[in-house]
Structures are given as C-alpha cells and as structure tokens.
Design a protein around this ligand. Structure first.
Ligand code: HEM
Length: 140
C-alpha cells in the first residue's frame, strides 16, 4: 500500500459516506448474483449488516497511516468470520464485489489507478482477517 494508494482511497471515500447504505446494498446484490450460495450465510438484517461493513471500512480508511492500530480488531473479526464459515475464496469474491460497488457509487467510476489502490487496501484487510483466523489453529 503506497502513499499514493492511501491518498486515492481517502479522496474517493470522502463522498461515499453519504451513500454508504445504497453502496452496501449494491455490494450484497453483486455478491449474491455472483455466488447465490452465500445468501443464507447472512442471517440478520442486511441493511444493518451493510452499516457495520461500511463502519469498518470507514475505520480502515481513517487509519491508513497507522494500519497496525486496527490489526487486533481485524484479526478478531477474521476469527469471527471463520466461525461464519468464511473461506479464502469468499474473501476474493467479497473484494471483487466491493470494488465493483465502489466503482458504481463513485461519480467518475474507479479508474485503473483507483482500482489498484482500493485493491491494495482491501487486500490488506482480508489478509489481516485471515491471519487472525489462522491464529485460531495455532496451538498455544
Ligand atoms: C473486506 C472484508 C470484510 C469486512 C470488512 C467485513 C465486515 C464485517 C463486519 C463488521 C461484520 C459484523 C460482525 C462482526 O464483526 O463479526 C461482518 C459480519 C459478517 N460477514 Fe463480513 N466482512 C468482510 C468479509 C466477509 C466475507 C469474505 C464474507 C463471506 C462471504 C463475510 C460474511 C459475513 C457474515 C456471514 C457475517 C454475519 C452476518 C449476519 O450475522 O447476518 N464477510 N462482516
């Protein structure tokens, strides 16, 4: 994740907080279109779930200069996700659907550079979550 990536992600996210709710619903729509089998995993209210997802992304974007501050939070979240039955393949699907939804929500879309910047950030989030899940299987 370069300085430029962080800058691009911060700038593009600025306008998106206002449309967080429709963005999240677009994201789930895309995800379930791609992989209908994932729908039953989400047992709660999807709008409320979308709000939690967007709040987490907001925290990530606000802490891009101190990513380590969120490491324990993301690792614990990854551990809960392992409990929901989430696998590495699911993280790829979620990243793709989020990138797509971000591109839809941004007035000028997501160009190659912006897409790569978001990919770097989402890749970091997914990797840290999966690291947390992997810690569960390490004997202590
Ligand atoms: C970018 C990575 C992700 C982020 C930031 C994220 C964020 C969140 C948050 C904040 C919650 C609320 C509960 C909790 O913290 O445990 C949650 C729940 C959940 N997430 Fe994720 N998530 C991510 C990836 C995934 C993936 C890859 C899947 C698999 C399809 C997934 C499926 C779920 C499910 C099933 C729940 C519980 C929903 C329910 O109880 O209805 N998430 N997620």
């Amino acid at each position: 994740m370069t300085r430029r990536d962080k800058q691009l992600v911060r700038e593009s996210f600025r306008g998106l907080e206002e449309v967080a709710e429709p963005l999240a619903l677009l994201f789930y729509g895309r995800l379930f279109e791609r992989e209908p089998g994932l729908r039953p995993m989400f047992r709660g209210d999807l709008a409320a779930q979308g709000k939690k997802l967007m709040e987490m992304l907001t925290a990530v974007v606000e802490n891009l200069d101190r990513t380590e501050s969120l490491t324990p939070v993301l690792q614990a979240m990854g551990q809960r996700h392992a409990g929901y039955g989430v696998t590495a393949r699911h993280y790829e699907l979620v990243e793709e659907a989020l990138l797509w939804a971000l591109g839809q929500a941004l007035e000028s879309g997501l160009d190659g550079e912006g897409r790569r910047a978001w990919q770097a950030v989402l890749g970091h989030v997914s990797a840290t979550m999966q690291q947390g899940a992997a810690l569960l299987s390490v004997p202590r």
